[in-house]
Design a protein around this ligand. Structure first.
Ligand code: CTP
Ligand code: MN
Ligand code: MN
Length: 496
């Protein structure tokens, strides 16, 4: 599946007007995103306060996501409020203030967001690691070592279904919370055998524990079973398994009443883009896992093409295979050259060679939009700015040691495989390598850690220290971990 940027799926929803407060279309305070906690406040008061703030030019978020900067609550029970918040969303104190209603009323009176003062804060009363009861497992994946061996698959599979279902419904907070919880369990050296063992683990809220308890007792969770047999879930899962089809498109087709591939292909009013056409054309092959041997063979093919162009070409395997996975949905490579600037023309030349070899089945090339002037980026974008291409290649059986990983009885002697190539300039190589090695959860937590714990901005291009106002150069991944004050985590320990 080609994943679309998650952030673009989150849009503010407006609520039906229940009162007569005039709405102001104009946003005056771009940097402030308020979230009003409905608990204790109640729905109608929340709706009223939302409209009041909106009319004054404030942005009020409907959903608790990591975009929120000011959480406002009328719940005076700090401990239960914080517990509730942590179960729902990634709360990272320097970036988000948890405030009582006095900050909100002060701001409404002033007609602008007033500075946060101590008297506004609802303090988290839970003991932090410094005060004893040190949690042995960090809430950040970049402080855990996670190999490909998952001892808690029965739970993480269930969490993944729930996360996916939230994703299909564009409910970002709980989706991330379930992914984060699954990631914590994946890092454990042993299977969890009773709920008591989860007591000191981070990121496991009531909902997650309830699912785990059910799985422990009955071997399955009713909520998950229900989803798995739910028509909408099943259909969206099927549609998004096609290369080029994201949750938005899948949902659009579902709402049109389409339920199967033949429904889609028979519907003449549907226009498939080039990526989706290839997705359907090669569906059987590219929905089948790529083996390590196939990845090695593709490495030789890309390496041959790159070296024919420039003998100094550098090729590195990234993605899941660099993390030691046996199988992947594609094969990811970084390909570049030490001569700064010449990497720009490298991918088009490689693509050209693959075409001449007759093995290029599909190519989506994105020229570089990278410009040092635009760094640092305040907001993480789903795609970095390096030159890259998403390919489908024709792989011959005789090129793969031990043969292709195809279905029993497949006598074609070849298969289609997905390959991603990215080409960063050499002075940004370490950041690109770290960013493209993944896992997605590991990357997310690296960025969250950098921002929340170190006041730094990390992405696939660079690391920026906000307090010193400077970029931190790195030649290797180890340099980046060192800048962040993190112990080095090997690629094969990043399967978070
Ligand atoms: N990535 C990225 N920008 C993209 C696409 C991918 O930074 N436009 C990064 C992702 O963050 C991920 C890595 O590249 O960490 C590999 O992505 P992907 O191939 O989707 O996942 P894998 O971890 O390789 O898993 P699989 O084995 O299923 O391919
Ligand atoms: Mn991959
Ligand atoms: Mn990929």
């Amino acid at each position: 599946m080609f994943r679309y940027p998650a952030a673009s799926r989150m849009r503010k929803r407006s609520r039906p007007a229940e009162t007569d407060v005039p709405r102001c279309k104009e946003v005056k305070f771009e940097d402030v995103r308020v979230y009003l906690v409905e608990r204790k406040m109640g729905r109608s008061r929340r709706s009223f306060l939302t409209q009041l703030a909106t009319s004054k030019g404030f942005i009020v978020e409907d959903i608790l996501s990591d975009k929120v900067t000011h959480v406002v609550s009328e719940d005076s029970q700090a401990a239960s409020l914080w517990k509730w918040l942590k179960e729902r969303a990634p709360m990272e104190p320097p970036n988000v203030h948890v405030l009582d209603i006095s900050w909100f009323t002060d701001s409404m009176r002033e007609g602008r967001p007033v500075a946060v003062e101590t008297r506004h804060l609802i303090q988290d009363t839970e003991p932090t690691s410094a005060e004893g009861s040190t949690p042995t497992v960090s809430q950040y994946a970049c402080q855990r070592r996670t190999t490909t061996e998952n001892n808690n698959k029965i739970f993480t599979d269930a969490f993944e279904v729930l996360a996916e279902s939230y994703e299909f419904n564009e409910i970002e907070g709980p989706c991330l919370a379930f992914r984060r919880a699954a990631s914590v369990l994946k890092s454990l050296p042993r299977a969890v055998r009773c709920l008591g063992e989860t007591q000191d683990l981070p990121c496991l809220g009531e909902h997650m524990k309830a699912v785990m308890e059910e799985v422990l007792q009955c071997g399955r969770s009713l909520e998950v079973e229900k989803l798995l047999s739910d028509e909408r879930y099943q259909t969206l899962k099927l549609f998004t398994s096609v290369f080029g089809v994201g949750p938005k498109t899948a949902d659009k087709w579902y709402r049109r009443g389409l339920r199967s591939f033949s429904d889609i292909l028979a519907d003449r009013s549907i226009h498939l883009n080039r990526m989706q056409q290839s997705g359907f054309l090669h569906y059987g092959d590219i929905s089948r896992a790529v083996s390590k041997a196939e990845a090695r063979s593709l490495r030789n093919i890309i390496d041959g093409a790159a070296r024919a162009i420039t003998p100094t070409a550098i090729l590195a395997l990234t993605g899941g295979f660099r993390r030691g996975k046996e199988f992947g949905h594609d094969v990811d490579f970084i390909v570049t050259t030490p001569e700064l600037g010449s990497e720009e023309s490298l991918l088009p030349k490689i693509i050209d060679r693959l075409k001449k070899q007759g093995i290029l089945l599909y190519c989506d090339y994105h020229a570089s939009t990278f410009d040092v002037e635009n760094l640092p980026s305040q907001r993480f974008e789903a795609m970095d700015h390096f030159a890259k291409c998403f390919l489908i290649l024709h792989l011959e059986d005789n090129r793969v040691e031990g043969g292709l990983h195809t279905a029993e009885g497949d006598r074609r002697g070849w298969r289609a495989v997905r390959v991603d190539l990215v080409s960063p300039p050499m002075d940004h190589y370490a950041f690109a390598l770290l960013g493209w090695t993944g896992s997605r959860q590991f990357e997310r937590d690296l960025r969250r850690f950098a921002r929340g714990k170190r006041g730094m901005l990390l992405d696939n291009h660079a690391l920026y220290d906000k307090t010193k106002n400077e970029f931190l150069a790195a030649e290797t991944e180890k340099d980046i971990f060192a800048h962040l004050g993190l112990e080095y985590i090997e690629p094969w320990q990043r399967n978070a």
